[in-house]
Write a new protein. Structure first.
Length: 253
C-alpha cells in the first residue's frame, strides 16, 4: 500500500492530536540522535512488516513533518526460498535462519555467509507459524492446545520467541497469527489470554515488570486488499514503572 493511499485514512481530530503527540514523545524519549529506533523481525517471511513500517515513515514525514525511522537490524527466516528473497529485497543488516539461533551471541548470517553478532533491537515483530491452528489444516482440531503446551511448530516457535524477548528485553513486541487463537481451549482460556499472561510475567524471576498486551483483529480488505483476510495482531509494550493498566491503555491509544 502506497503512502498516498495511507493518507486517505482519517481519524477524529482529538485522536489525531494524541497520535501526533505520541509520535513526537516516542522520538524524544526512545529514538537516538538521528531519530532512529532499531527493529528486529522474527520469522521475517516476505518482509511485510518492514514494508508497512516504511510506508508509515513516509506518511509521518509528509503529513506531520515528523522524521523518525525504524531501521531493520536483523530478520530471521528459516525457509530457504523466503531467505533468498530477503537477501535481495530486505533492508535488514543481518539475515539469520532459525529463530532459535538468536538465543546465542552469534549466529550464521545469510547476508555475509559468516557468523554474525546478533544485534540489539528495541522493537520486535514476529509472524510466528500458524499452520497448526490454521483453518486450512485438516488436523487443526487436534492441535488446539499446542500454543499453551508449547508443542508443534506454532507452540514451539512462540516459546522460542518468548525466550528471545526475555533475553533481549525489547520495548515493544508485535505478534501476528490466525484469529483461531482467540478461541477458548480445553484449559478454559484462549491462546491470546495465555500469551498475554506469559509476557506479563516474563521477568517475574528478576522482579522486573513485563508487558502490557492488547490485541486487534484486522481484515486486509479494510486496507485496500481485494480479498478478505483476517489476521490477529497482539501488541505488547513494557510496563512503565508504577503505571497501572489504565495508564498503559493510554500509552497504546
Amino acid at each position: 500500500m502506497a503512502a498516498m493511499e495511507l493518507s486517505h485514512f482519517k481519524m477524529p481530530a482529538p485522536l489525531e492530536q494524541t497520535y501526533v503527540r505520541g509520535l513526537k514523545s516516542f522520538k524524544e524519549h526512545f529514538a537516538d540522535e538521528n531519530g532512529e529506533y532499531t527493529l528486529g523481525a522474527l520469522c521475517g517471511g516476505s518482509d511485510i512488516m518492514r514494508i508497512a513500517v516504511s510506508e508509515l515513515e513516509l506518511l509521518w514525514k509528509r503529513k506531520y513533518d515528523i522524521d523518525v525511522s525504524f531501521p531493520l537490524v536483523f530478520t530471521a527466516e528459516v525457509d530457504p526460498k523466503k531467505q533468498s528473497f530477503l537477501k535481495v529485497e530486505s533492508s535488514a543488516t543481518h539475515i539469520f535462519g532459525d529463530v532459535a539461533d538468536l538465543l546465542s551471541v552469534r549466529a550464521p548470517c545469510a547476508r555475509t555467509g559468516n557468523q554474525g553478532v546478533v544485534p540489539f533491537a528495541g522493537g520486535m515483530f514476529a509472524g510466528f507459524p500458524c499452520q497448526d491452528r490454521s483453518a486450512q489444516n485438516p488436523n487443526a482440531a487436534n492441535m488446539v492446545g499446542c500454543v499453551q503446551k508449547e508443542e508443534g511448530r506454532t507452540g514451539g516457535v512462540l516459546s522460542t520467541i518468548a525466550a528471545i524477548c526475555k533475553q533481549n528485553a525489547p520495548t515493544f513486541i508485535i505478534l501476528e497469527n490466525v484469529t483461531q487463537l482467540l478461541q477458548k481451549t480445553e484449559s478454559g482460556i484462549s491462546d491470546v489470554a495465555y500469551i498475554a499472561k506469559k509476557f506479563a510475567t516474563i521477568y517475574d524471576d528478576c522482579q522486573e515488570p513485563g508487558y502490557y498486551s492488547i490485541d486487534r483483529t484486522i481484515d486486509a480488505m479494510d486496507y485496500g486488499s481485494r480479498n478478505a483476510r483476517e489476521r490477529l495482531y497482539m501488541a505488547k509494550i513494557r510496563f512503565c514503572a508504577g503505571a497501572d493498566e489504565k495508564e498503559m491503555q493510554s500509552i497504546f491509544d
